[in-house]
Structures are given as structure tokens and as C-alpha cells.
Design a protein around this ligand. Structure first.
Ligand code: FES
Ligand SMILES: [Fe+2]
Length: 351
């Protein structure tokens, strides 16, 4: 599948971008990020218009609010326009870097890939827990040598937790409990839920919450294609449910957030964050959740990298066999295909 264009994608955490030149490839575009002296984030092509030298490579550098190419010194402002070239005063009219609409939301840096005039910041899906004072968040990003779709498929079917993540977040009940799937065709959001009312407590939750014994474990997924995935996880001792007035103070809530960003056709940025509403100041819990979740993410990375190698040997299409657990993943594929067609230049739209 080609990239879904005319969409917002997470390119970085806000803390990754500062007064150093920072590069990340999103949907095949090499993008240079930096902050102005006033702290505004900028996003522009990471290729000098002169001889294509990557502006993120040393000795290119930031001087005030300009980027100076480290090869021959072409100099660009925050709007991508060239303001100086060596050896002449006339600046060629076409000396300008492409820029990308960019916004910071919920600790992420979102970049718009597509037609600039269609960029609408109200379309950026939200993950408000990540910078909320009511939550404590641990986060990371792992590079994946596998195509975007494999990670979408992986995250929309959590029954793999029982097998791939056994001993960490997987217990037998995850694979054994049926899911419900809903799709909002209007908005494209995919919902997958699995509610376990009497489940073993995996070490991920036993050690972080202190619960001893069996648990009520609810997993409610919301996937906002293409990039943002939310897993609302509710954990409580067996028999403890939300109160009639809708409050739920006797349960532990973990918001697991992924941003799934294509780097190239066959590689993906796997951003992950875990926000909790308990033990907010406990560094031991933060360290445990960070290390444990990273281990789990790396288990997926190893499996998906392997899967990419396998399907790359079957370029003419490969056979799959889907069952009930795949309903969410199949819905996501259908929505993404539609989005790819809507976002594509007119001549590429399937008839
Ligand atoms: S390649 Fe940048 S100035 Fe020559
Ligand atoms: Fe996984």
C-alpha cells in the first residue's frame, strides 16, 4: 500500500526537537525540525536546494533563526526561504525549501503530509493524558523494519498478548475472551473492546498497581487512522466495577498510546507511551512500566521485523486466513484503503 497522504502524522516528541537540527523521515519525506529562538517549531525539507546536502548533517548548523548548509553555505530562514548564497548577492527565485504544516499537541509533534491547503489542525486526534498533571507518563520510540500495516494489524488484535507477551502483559484470558468491534464509517474510527471479568493479573499490572489476586481487566481500543492508537486499560480487583454515578475511583487506569508513523514503505516509527492515574510520584513504578513496556514493544518489533522479511519474499501477494480476532484489523485496512484513495492525486484513485 502506498502512503496515506493528506493526514497528520506524529514525527517526534516535542522534547526531541530543540536548538539542534533534527531530522526524521515521515512517509518517505526527509524532514528537518528545529525551534526558533522564540521556541516555535519549524518543519522543512532536509535537503539543501543547491546540491541536496542534508541540512541535518554537520557541519550544517543553526545561526539565530537561520540554517546554514554545511557544504557551501546556502542559508535559510524559518519559512524555508533562502536568505544568503555564497559568492553573489542575487538569490535565485526558486531557492526555497519545501515546508510542512507542523503543530505540537499532547507532547507530540504532528506534521501534515500532503497538500498544505488541506491541513486542518482540528483534524489532529488527541491524547490529552500525555501532558496532563493527573497522569504520569513514560514513553519511547522504537524503529521498526516492517511496514506500517503490520503494526496496525498487531495493535488491533491484542489476542497476541497471550503468546508473544506471555509473562509480561499476556495471560490466557486475553486470547480466550471474544472481542466486540465497531467502526464509525463517518469518522473512520475503529473501536475494539475486550472485557475480562475474572482474569489472571499479569506482572505488568500486579507490580505497578500492587493488586494481589485476580482482576477485572478491560481493554477498549480506539484507533484513529492512520496514526493514533489509544488503548484504554482498566484494571481492578475481581468484582470492582464503575459506580452507578459513573465514577471509577477504585480502579486503576492506564492509557496506552501509540503513534504509528510510516518512515518508508517498509519501515515504521513505533511511538509508545503509557500514562497512568495512580502512583503518580512513584519513580519505581515509572521505571518498571517504562522498562516492561519497552520490553513488550521490542517483542513486537522482533516479530514484525521477521514477518516483514517473510512477506517481502512473496511480492506477488500472500495468502492469509482471517478469523474473528482479526475483525478490527480488517476494518482498519478497509478504512486505510479508502483514505489512501481519497488522499491520492485524482488519477491514482481506483475506479
Ligand atoms: S549543498 Fe548546500 S550549499 Fe551546496
Ligand atoms: Fe504486542
Amino acid at each position: 500500500m502506498s502512503f496515506v497522504r493528506n493526514q497528520w502524522y506524529v514525527a517526534a516528541y516535542g522534547t526531541e526537537v530543540g536548538r539542534e537540527l533534527f531530522s526524521r523521515t515521515v512517509c518517505g519525506e526527509s524532514i528537518l525540525f528545529w525551534r526558533t529562538e522564540a521556541g516555535e517549531i519549524t518543519a522543512m525539507a532536509d535537503r539543501c536546494v543547491h546540491r541536496r546536502f542534508p541540512l541535518s548533517e554537520k557541519p550544517s548548523n543553526l545561526v539565530g533563526d537561520t540554517v546554514v548548509c554545511g557544504y557551501h553555505g546556502f542559508t535559510y530562514g524559518a519559512d524555508g526561504g533562502c536568505v544568503a548564497v555564497p559568492g553573489q548577492t542575487r538569490i535565485p527565485r526558486t531557492a526555497r525549501l519545501a515546508t510542512f504544516p507542523v503543530r505540537e499537541r499532547d507532547s507530540f509533534v504532528w506534521v501534515w503530509i500532503g497538500d498544505k491547503e488541506r491541513a486542518d489542525e482540528s483534524l489532529i486526534p488527541r491524547a490529552p493524558w500525555l501532558d496532563s498533571p493527573d497522569h504520569t507518563t513514560v514513553w519511547g520510540m522504537e524503529p521498526l523494519k516492517a511496514r506500517f500495516m503490520l503494526l496496525v494489524d498487531n495493535l488491533l488484535d491484542l489476542s497476541h498478548e497471550t503468546y508473544l507477551h506471555g509473562g509480561y502483559i499476556g495471560t490466557p484470558e486475553v486470547a480466550h475472551t471474544p472481542i466486540t468491534t465497531e467502526v464509525d464509517d463517518e469518522t473512520g474510527v475503529v473501536y475494539v473492546s475486550r472485557h475480562m471479568d475474572d482474569a489472571e493479573c499479569p506482572s505488568f499490572y500486579a507490580k505497578s498497581t500492587g493488586i494481589e489476586g485476580r482482576i477485572v481487566r478491560w481493554q477498549d481500543i480506539e484507533y484513529f487512522p492512520p496514526c493514533l492508537y489509544l488503548l484504554h486499560s482498566r484494571v481492578a480487583p475481581v468484582g470492582v466495577y464503575p459506580k452507578d454515578d459513573g465514577t471509577d475511583t477504585d480502579a486503576f487506569h492506564v492509557e496506552v498510546v501509540y503513534a504509528i508513523t510510516p518512515e518508508t514503505e517498509n519501515t515504521t516509527h513505533d511511538f509508545w507511551a503509557v500514562a497512568r492515574d495512580f502512583a503518580l510520584d512513584d519513580q519505581g513504578v515509572s521505571d518498571f512500566l517504562h522498562d516492561n513496556n519497552r520490553t513488550v514493544v521490542l517483542q513486537d518489533v522482533v516479530a514484525l521485523d521477521k514477518l516483514e522479511q517473510v512477506i517481502a519474499t512473496e511480492p506477488d501477494g500472500y495468502q492469509e486466513l482471517s478469523i474473528n480476532i482479526d475483525t478490527g484489523g480488517l476494518a482498519a485496512r478497509r478504512i486505510l484503503k479508502r483514505m489512501a484513495e481519497e488522499g491520492a492525486p485524482r488519477e491514482q484513485v481506483a475506479r
